[in-house]
Design a protein around this ligand. Structure first.
Ligand code: CO8
Length: 261
């Protein structure tokens, strides 16, 4: 495996690629070189024939404590605007076609919360510490937080959190539907995350990619267009080998052996 400065990569289960944010001295604050490494690792897993699903995690103490405040402090409008500051963070949502599961323990603040919300499934511990504290720094959630948090938990609650900068727990995140599940311990979080990843890795990669694509479309399109989009992709999957394999296996009461074709 390639060696990185701010992240680690591993393949904990067949078909599962894991990226672990690893900048412990700054609680995984997301400096630009970290994001560059993250994009590189994600793009390699995305292109790999042996990887079906990606897990993105931090440490027990911090998923990520936000964008790097010290890096942002001297930024000017012209500099941020002309260099499209923060835009490279979106590679995760625009380029990676395989599902990404965020496993969040500890702090997920500002850009850390936003990074977790960019992932396809969000798991966390009950004690995880989420928040969009940008208002306290004289700025606002600039990496999708104002949009994704609002879509996930509704306008009034998102507005309250973003205007007050108040943190919220993993238990709240689960209750409000931001997290798919909050686990009682860090160990359980990591165990169940890998279990879900393994389950997904056991399916046809063609179908998995289709599912991710159509669910994500629901976030962008009006219902009617989304349903039409879904139907087009559904129709197209009748062109895959794995659809024939999956339905034949069902009819014959056998286990499907996917070709990922
Ligand atoms: N950026 C840079 N360094 C950080 C960050 C950060 N976001 N968070 C923590 N660190 C550093 C600290 O400076 C400290 O470094 P040092 O030892 O050199 O002083 C080290 O990490 C450990 O931190 P603490 O000593 O503060 O640890 P505590 O356990 O006492 O506190 C907290 C943990 C509560 C997480 C605290 O560190 C904190 O409040 N951090 C900042 C959280 C925050 O405000 N995050 C939002 C940042 S803004 C943002 O993310 C915008 C994203 C969208 C981009 C928009 C661009 C315009």
């Amino acid at each position: 495996a390639r060696s990185y400065e701010f992240i680690q990569t591993s393949e904990p289960k067949p078909g599962v690629g894991q990226v672990t944010l690893n900048r412990p001295k700054a609680l995984n604050a997301l400096c630009t070189p970290l994001i560059t490494e993250l994009n590189q690792a994600l793009s390699e897993y995305n292109a790999s024939d042996s990887i079906s699903v990606i897990v993105l995690t931090g440490s027990q103490k911090a998923f990520a404590a936000g964008a790097d405040i010290k890096e942002m402090q001297p930024l000017t409008f012209a500099g941020a605007y002309t260099n499209s500051f923060i835009e490279s963070w979106s590679e995760l949502t625009t380029k990676v076609k395989k599902p990404i599961i965020a496993a969040v323990s500890g702090h997920a603040l500002g850009g850390g919360c936003e990074l977790a919300m960019m992932c396809d499934i969000l798991y966390c511990t009950e004690t995880a510490n989420f928040g969009q504290p940008e208002i306290k720094l004289g700025t606002l959630p600039g990496a999708g937080g104002s949009q994704r948090l609002t879509r996930a938990i509704g306008k009034s609650k998102a507005m309250e959190l973003i205007l007050t900068g108040k943190n919220f727990s993993g238990t709240d995140a689960e209750k409000w539907g931001l997290a798919a599940k909050a686990f009682a311990s860090y160990e359980e979080l990591m165990e169940q995350t890998l279990k879900t990843a393994e389950t997904i890795a056991g399916y046809s990669r063609v179908a998995v990619q289709g599912c991710k694509e159509v669910v994500n479309k629901s976030q962008d399109l009006p219902l009617r267009d989304g349903v039409e989009y879904e139907r087009r992709v559904f129709h197209s999957l009748f062109g895959s080998q794995d659809q024939k394999i999956g339905m034949k296996a069902f009819a014959e009461k056998k286990k499907a052996e996917w070709t990922h074709q």
